[in-house]
Structure formats: structure tokens, C-alpha cells
Design a protein around this ligand. Structure first.
Ligand code: ZN
Length: 269
């Protein structure tokens, strides 16, 4: 397992998240918890952004699906299980509250307790975190990065009510909604700490799949709104042995994404 107490490495994944279709803008009040319904919201100055927690929720859900598929195929990664629990259902978590109490009883010293929690946690909780394990990946808020080249940052549209069950327009229901126009770009920035190369690979595979038309944000996707693509995915990183060079002012090394995908493919057995 990775050490929780020392610096081993840190990676940054950066890229652009580009709106292929208009994105609906929600308000802070309508901000959903992590899930598939992800509004763009605005800063108090009126700048649209996509909350990091929403992006993390969407990417985590995709990684869970990927991990379940690998589990069904009987795959392991570097001799370790591949599993994904259901973090939204307390009873289906890899470690329930009750189990956590039991593990605490049986593993008194703090380091043994942490090791036992790690051992029992699924692949996805190990990377994205759980109530008992700190996340090793964090998603920053994706701010609009090309506001200068957009005619306007947002526009208000007329909506006609759509019957969710029938998919037909219901007459007489009209409302306005705000959108960010197609072509808007948001700066993606993800930080990973003390991770294995294959875990970076897993995240890159998920981001690339999501960027190929499988990621929709904003809750009006049945109207064709909210489809995103990723561009310019880049990885930079620092391991413990590079740390002194970096602190001495050396540039952050840029790393080929293929290296991480390769580590994932080679680790799968
Ligand atoms: Zn889990």
C-alpha cells in the first residue's frame, strides 16, 4: 500500500473541457450533490464555472463502471483486487459503519487500523476516498478560460416544458433558462497524490472516454444541452526523487500520458 505519511509523488492532469453544445447554468441553490445532474454555476462576479465536486462525481461514477467491468472479467491489477462498491448506499459500501467499528476494535494501533481499512476498501474508494479513507485525487473548480473570445458569457433562452415521461412538449408551460454558449472552454485541473502509475492511467482512460461524447453536464441533456469534450490532456508530475530539483526552481516535468495507460494495461492480469 501507499504510505499516508510521506511524500511519494504528485501528478497534475490538466486540459480543456469544451462545450460542444450549450450548457445550462444553474444557481448555487440548485447545485446537486455528486451525480450525473451537474449544473454550471456562476461566481458572484457572474463568471460561469463547473464545480470540482461535480466533475469528481461524474468521473468517479465512470471509474466505478469501468472497475465493475474489469471485476466481472476476473481481472486483477498488480496482484491486487479490482472492485467498486456503491458509495451512495450505506449498506453496499465496501466498509460499512459497523464494519469500520469492528476493524477499529481488532486493529488498535493507528497504523494497523489504517492498513486494515485500506485492505478492505475497494479500488475506487482507495483512489477517490470514502468516509474512512482520504481521497488521493482532487478536482479543482473548472473556470471559464476563453471568456474573451465569446460574444457573451451566457444567454437566456426560452424554454418549453418537456414532459419527462413522454418526451413531448407540454403546451402552456414556458420558462426561461440561462446557458453558456457552445465553444466555451473550462480549465480542467486534477491533482493526484501518492498514486501508482496505473491509477493515473485509470483516470486518463475515464477522462478520454468521457470526452468522447459520454459526458453531459447540466440536467437538460435531453434537449441536447450539456455535451462536453476534453482537449489537450496533459500530465505533469513530481516524484520524491525530483522534489529537491523542483524546489530548487527546475521546471515541472511533462510526462507522456501513454506511459500511464501502458502501466494500467501491463498491470492487468
Ligand atoms: Zn468502496
Amino acid at each position: 500500500m501507499k504510505s499516508f505519511w510521506s511524500f511519494e509523488n504528485r501528478y497534475w492532469i490538466t486540459g480543456k473541457l469544451r462545450a460542444k453544445t450549450a450548457l445550462s447554468v444553474g444557481s448555487r441553490a440548485s447545485l446537486m450533490p455528486a451525480g450525473s445532474d451537474l449544473p454550471v454555476i456562476k461566481t458572484p462576479e457572474g463568471l460561469p464555472f463547473i464545480p470540482g465536486s461535480s466533475l469528481k462525481g461524474a468521473v468517479r461514477a465512470y471509474v466505478e463502471r469501468l472497475a465493475r467491468t474489469l471485476e466481472e472479467l476476473g481481472k486483477q491489477i498488480n496482484g491486487s483486487h479490482i472492485k467498486a462498491c456503491d458509495p451512495l448506499d450505506e449498506d453496499k459500501r465496501c466498509i460499512t459503519s459497523q464494519q469500520k467499528e469492528k476493524i477499529a476494535e481488532e486493529n488498535k494501533p493507528e497504523n494497523e487500523f489504517t492498513a486494515a481499512l485500506w485492505e478492505r476498501s475497494c479500488t475506487v474508494c482507495r483512489l477517490f476516498g470514502s468516509p474512512w479513507l482520504a481521497s488521493r485525487v482532487s478536482f479543482q473548480d473548472a473556470m471559464l478560460s476563453n471568456g474573451d473570445s465569446l460574444v457573451r458569457l451566457t444567454e437566456v433562452r426560452d424554454g418549453v416544458g418537456i414532459d419527462r415521461d413522454l418526451g413531448t412538449a407540454r403546451t402552456g408551460i414556458k420558462f426561461d433558462f440561462e446557458t453558456v454558449p457552445p465553444g466555451a472552454e473550462f480549465a480542467l485541473r486534477i491533482v493526484l497524490e501518492n498514486v501508482e502509475d496505473w491509477e493515473v492511467g485509470l483516470l486518463l482512460v475515464a477522462l478520454e472516454a468521457l470526452g468522447q461524447g459520454q459526458l453531459a453536464l447540466g440536467g437538460k441533456t435531453t434537449r441536447g444541452l450539456g455535451w462536453m469534450e476534453f482537449a489537450d490532456l496533459q500530465v505533469q508530475g513530481l516524484s520524491a526523487k525530483d522534489l529537491l530539483d523542483y524546489l530548487a526552481g527546475q521546471a515541472m516535468p511533462s510526462l507522456p500520458p501513454a506511459r500511464f495507460r501502458q502501466a494500467l494495461l501491463e498491470g492487468l492480469k
